[in-house]
Design a protein around this ligand. Structure first.
Ligand SMILES: Nc1ncnc2c1ncn2[C@@H]1O[C@H](COP(=O)(O)OP(=O)(O)O)[C@@H](O)[C@H]1O
Ligand SMILES: [Mg+2]
Length: 509
């Protein structure tokens, strides 16, 4: 059963068990309408759809495309007023499923809320139900207990494939040369468009035809690129190019081993059959500069999965949408793009509002709650890769067992690890590490993070370049000497973090 089918069957059960009020969060009212009409086809129930412009109408399943486009033009709309509509719903005796669009726009009006509440009580255990479909989340406090909220997933590749077939059919009618796809190509294009709404997918397919006058398998790249653009425009999630390799990370051998072990079983059907539960994610904790972000950047290459960066800060920024909607949209998009790794860098930064407590009316607590519940119940193939530099702002719920598969602590590198890090960064800059005294450099960089060691090598390069000679061990030793590492300036913080981690996290090295 696909995720969409699962949610539809959930809605079906709610409707059959006479649940009066369901709120579906989605940008795709046309798609929802169609899916719901299909869902209740076999029930003895009328299906009526309401919008401000069209009023209340019987939904016709077999409307052709033209008629659908003319949807808004209605000569004699009835019950366009929300109060009249609700009155009608209360009085009407026929078993009916009412699907209301635009209704969220009226949920600021107390009279409407009151009337809706009246309706809910009257409808309870009747054969009438109301479904509100809305792209925004607006649950009036007074109705929270009465509403069942459903976050509707984006279309999966089979749904997009159906759309693609319709698009192709239309194009072929105009000109048979416009499409050149077999089923396999079609499925590949549909998969590439996964993560988009049906509307967005349709636009992308149209664009692919316009650009070179044919829709064929060569459009795969274009579709992927368009998708990345659309995802980025949403402003919260971002495709992150795989810029690093796991070999760029010195030391942390236990972490690397774990990642390679888990990688083998990740999202595989075989592993599932073997009894391995679906993975949730990992939290990397440690002082700044110990390679946490580097590991995240390398993971997509390592596991051959797309890396999606979730900006927790932007969720709360108020620049786009409400925080809670943003979180839900981000989750929905990530699930649409699955299998994927969802990278939440410096998770504590986004959550710092939490520390202040009630200052934001509980918004950050709710948003975090949404995220945590999702992580807990997650069945989709999204692996959460979180990093944190400190635990001060992290709520205990986040660290509780069952959220992450593992919490790893990345400490400052040991003697041997520092040697390895120096090696990696010399090699990266095309130097032969054999002519450097690695042991000495490792000694001189005691207490330095990987990032600080890298910085010192860069500093040394500048100095040697200035003096127009080749880099040597002494340059790096000097640069190390001048730098004051964080472990000196923030000794107490790091000590605290280490102590906390000793009993609660696994050591990465
Ligand atoms: N263990 C390491 N091995 C090699 N390079 C490292 C290591 N740790 C840090 N670095 C270097 O420092 C840079 C910054 O580290 P980063 O991963 O951003 O640290 P963090 O996210 O833990 O604060 C990395 O891109 C890498 O070049
Ligand atoms: Mg980082």
């Amino acid at each position: 059963m696909s995720r969409v089918e699962k949610i539809l069957s959930e809605i079906d059960i709610l409707v059959r068990s006479r649940y009066p009020l369901i709120y579906i969060l989605s940008h795709e009212e046309h798609r929802i309408e169609k899916l719901i009409s299909r869902m209740i086809k076999n029930q003895k129930k009328a299906f009526k759809v309401w919008s401000v412009t069209s009023g209340l109408k019987d939904y016709k399943y077999h409307i052709d495309v033209e008629e659908e486009k003319n949807d808004v033009i209605e000569t004699n709309p009835i019950f366009t007023d929300p109060l009249e509509l609700l009155e009608h719903i209360i009085k009407n005796d026929e078993a009916t499923l009412f699907l209301l669009k635009d209704f969220h726009a009226f949920l600021d009006d107390f009279t409407v809320i009151r009337k809706l509440r009246d309706a809910v009580y009257k409808l309870n255990a009747s054969y009438k139900n109301i479904i509100i479909v809305s792209p925004v989340l607006k649950l009036p406090e007074d109705l929270q207990k009465e509403i069942c909220l459903i976050d509707f997933p984006l279309p999966d590749h089979l749904e997009i494939f159906d759309l693609l077939r319709d698009v192709a059919k239309d194009l072929k009618q105009t000109n048979s040369k416009l499409v050149n796809l077999n089923k396999e190509d079609g499925l590949a294009l549909a998969k590439a468009a996964q993560g988009l709404t049906l509307f967005e997918a349709e636009n992308v397919f149209s664009k692919a035809v316009v650009i070179d006058s044919v829709l064929d398998k060569r459009d795969l790249d274009l579709i992927l690129k368009e998708k990345q653009q659309i995802v980025r425009k949403s402003g919260i999630l971002e495709y992150y190019p795989s810029t690093s390799n796991i070999d760029d990370l010195g030391g942390q051998t236990k972490l690397k081993k774990w990642l390679s072990l888990r990688g083998k079983a990740l999202f595989s059907e075989e592993a599932k059959k073997f009894g391995i539960p679906s993975p949730k994610g990992i939290l990397l904790l440690g002082p700044p500069g110990t390679g946490k972000s580097l590991t995240a950047k390398a993971i997509s290459n390592f596991w051959k999965l797309p890396l999606l960066k979730l900006d927790f800060g932007k969720i709360f920024s108020g620049l786009v949408g409400s925080s809670e909607e943003n979180m839900r949209t981000a989750i929905k998009t990530a699930e649409g793009l699955a299998p994927a790794v969802l990278w939440v860098d410096e998770i504590e930064k986004g959550l710092s509002g939490e520390k202040g407590g009630k200052s934001d009316g509980g918004t950050s607590a709710r948003v975090l709650g949404t995220f945590l519940t999702w992580m807990q119940e997650k069945e989709s193939n999204v692996f959460v890769f979180a990093t944190a530099n400190s635990i001060d702002c992290l709520p205990p719920e986040l660290l509780r067992k069952g959220r992450f598969d593992e919490i790893f602590f990345l400490d400052l590198p040991s003697n041997k690890e520092r040697e390895e890090i120096v090696k990696i960064h010399l090699t990266k800059r095309k130097r032969d590490f054999k002519i450097f005294d690695l042991q000495l450099l490792s000694e001189k960089s005691k207490g330095y993070s990987g990032a600080e060691i890298e910085q010192s090598i860069i500093e040394a390069l500048y100095n040697a370049f200035y003096e127009q000679r080749e880099l040597n061990t002494n340059d790096i030793a000097e640069a190390l000497k001048i730098m004051v590492p964080l472990s000196t300036t923030h000794a107490e913080t790091i000590k605290g973090l280490r102590e906390w981690a000793q009993t609660r996290a696994r050591m990465a090295a």
